[in-house]
Design a protein around this ligand. Sequence first.
Ligand code: PMP
Length: 354
Amino acid sequence: MSWEDNVRRVIPYVPGEQPKVTEKIIKLNTNEMPYPPSPAVKRALEGMDAARLRLYPAADVGPLRDALADHYGFGSDEVFVGVGSDDVLATAFLTFFNSDRPVLFPDITYSFYDVWAEVYRIPYEMKPLDENFHMKKSDYMGPNGGIVIANPNAPTGISEMEDVEFIEDIVAANRDSVVIVDEAYVDFGGVSALPLVKKYDNMLVVRTFSKSRAFAGMRIGYAFGSSKLIKYLNDVKYSINSYTMNRPAIELGLASLSDEAYFKETVGKVISTRSWTKDELEKRGFTVTDSKTNFVFASPSKISAKELFTALKEKGIYVRWWDKDRIRDWLRISIGTDEEMRSLMLAIDTIICL
Ligand code: PMP
């Protein structure tokens, strides 16, 4: 008998590489925003009073929670804020998925879901997406202990809300379990399921400042749900760590929310660069999904995805490739600036022509 017999063992989530040398590389591997946060954030950062760091922050994230409630038309008791949406999602898994029945999510989706299920010992079942990477509604109509839908999905970029009833039908058919909709990428042209939160008390919509608000390094995630759902989330949060959000994050998050014009402008730029990138990849023989996110999911025809991934990396261009069934032939490429995407195309041309 050893202490190691009693260790909670898990195979952890593998985040995209964060290379050390940042000068010469083009980083298109972790879906960060290519533009900085709003100038209002810079001003708030510069005006910050270091002396106030001696004080604990608001445990209920009050000011930022209220601002989010206002911004999206909810009550303050219908908002939860956490340290990135990973924190919000992990807390939601622990809070709501406490059944012997399996939690359901697609086989190809955000690869943290099965990791949380494993670490919390939650039974789960992955339902295969169809050959076009779409969910099959019927897969989510049987008995279950909860449902998780990334919409738009990652790494495929595909949104199921083109059929606006898709998610509502699933939520309506599963009133005795909680449905989590992960909208990390929805600001880049996806249709949100947020209006459904007013109608169904068993639904949590989770979002993040990491992508569209260029705040990946600041760690702000949030969620909307019925006040009952949010209360249960807070009960679990306050049972682990009540002061999750630090003071600067709360203040800078407020500054970011105050500048809607900049938010719309930079998100708009990413959407138009995405459209250019898709066209250019298609011209080069790639199959590209219809992405509603800040990345494209693309399969090359003249070279394997793995070879292209490696050759790009040698040229200092980082994209994401998974050695995983069904998506082994695909690359996920985050949308950078126009200049970065032009460099990517030049690099692809050199590699493909060799
Ligand atoms: N959901 C999805 C689908 C994601 O791709 C990510 C980014 N890795 C997250 C949630 C978590 O992002 P964050 O914790 O930075 O909010």
